[in-house]
Design a protein. Structure first.
Length: 375
């Protein structure tokens, strides 16, 4: 402990500026991982409603669990790349192109979140125009997150996550009496083939594991992110396991033919509420789902904007860019037509493959850069 009181304030090791900065970096790292966990669960929830229920049905929880190795692979690959970023330069044209590619992947996450938000709005407020609802969501979100405070959204996610979990669990608990164990059989539904295809589709959600570690950071923040890698791992494992539990509950509530019947995405995202007679349970599920999707939308756009700015050689993102990127998903989401849904069904599973390829190429660039520097 040090004491400096000549012409100034007393400073201790506990209250020194260096300790305060270190504490702030540690909190920022944990907040970023918390935001990642919330966004991963939101994307998994969208994937269940958009693909799993209709194409895999009751064994969808097996598809989610089968996709878990992909989530872990993307996370640890990102963690390894974060360690390599200080040893090999990634600011070449090829490195920037790969950052731009990951920015597009992040925007696809945002597009799916906006599409799901419009679907939920159409389900609970059928008389409201989806287009103007989406425009209002985009502009209000832009006003909320476009102020340049990079800490705000992650702090909000860390603050809300347990409340959101409690709301979802309350709604789920109210629906449990309506289920039947017999609905879980046949155990493999339409067979292992559909389960495996569902796992491949859901592995696209794993792209979100790389964003907290791949975003442009200064060296000290990046070191804090690496030192708290266990918190990052928990925020990868927990959303996947929670999504598998939600898919299992859906299978427990409805038999294979009922779960797979043609329904809107909004109906499927709020599936548990239709089996819950409690008005409070319905309200909590609707509010919790909307908050989840809003956080996923804002995070997808902010991360995409940061990656685009870094690819263009800029340090900061402008509020105008964030607003434009938030308005970009509105037309496709508000239309909600079959061709738009089919396009998203086709594109969404490629997010994971694009993230893995980009990370591997970044590692290669890092090794080559370090090798050239050593010569």
């Amino acid at each position: 402990m040090s004491d400096r009181s000549i012409f100034g304030k007393t400073e201790t090791a506990v209250h020194s500026m260096a300790a305060m900065r270190r504490l702030r970096r540690d909190v920022f790292a944990r907040d970023q991982y918390a935001l990642t966990g919330v966004c991963l669960y939101a994307q998994l929830l969208i994937g269940m409603g958009l693909y799993l229920y209709g194409h895999v049905s009751t064994p969808g929880y097996l598809s989610v669990l089968t996709a878990l190795p992909v989530f872990l692979a993307v996370y640890f690959l990102s963690l390894f790349l974060a360690d390599r970023r200080g040893k090999g330069r990634l600011d070449s044209a090829a490195g920037r192109a790969l950052l731009f590619l990951l920015g597009i992947v992040s925007l696809l996450d945002a597009q799916l979140a906006m599409f799901a938000l419009c679907a939920v709005l159409s389900d609970i407020l059928p008389n409201i125009s989806p287009f103007w609802g989406a425009v209002a969501i985009a502009l209000i979100t832009a006003l909320s997150v476009g102020g340049g405070d990079e800490y705000a959204l992650s702090r909000l996610a860390r603050l809300l996550r347990w409340g959101l979990l409690a709301a979802l669990l309350y709604a789920a608990a109210g629906a449990v009496p309506s289920g039947n164990v017999g609905h879980l059989f046949p155990l493999l539904g339409y067979g292992w083939g559909t389960v495996f295809r569902g796992a491949l589709w859901m592995s696209g959600c794993a792209a979100g594991c790389c964003f907290p570690l791949i975003q442009p950071r200064d060296g000290e923040i990046l070191s804090a992110m690496q030192s708290h890698w266990k918190a990052g791992l928990r925020n990868v494992l927990f959303p996947v396991l929670l999504a598998a539990a939600a898919a299992l509950l859906s299978a427990y509530l409805m038999p294979v033919y009922a779960l797979a019947r043609p329904e809107t995405l909004g109906f499927r995202l709020l599936l548990i509420s239709h089996m819950n007679p409690s008005l409070l349970g319905w309200s909590l599920l609707v509010c919790g789902t909307m908050f989840l999707l809003l956080l996923a939308l804002a995070a997808g756009v902010l991360r995409g904007a940061a990656l685009f700015a870094c690819a263009a050689g800029r340090k900061n993102t402008s509020p105008l860019l964030i607003t434009v990127l938030l308005l970009l998903p509105v037309p496709a989401a508000a239309l909600g037509t079959v061709p738009v849904e089919e396009a998203l069904l086709f594109l969404a599973p490629w997010r994971g493959a694009a993230a893995v390829i980009a990370l591997l190429l970044m590692l290669l660039l890092s090794f080559l850069s370090q090798r050239r520097a050593a010569k």
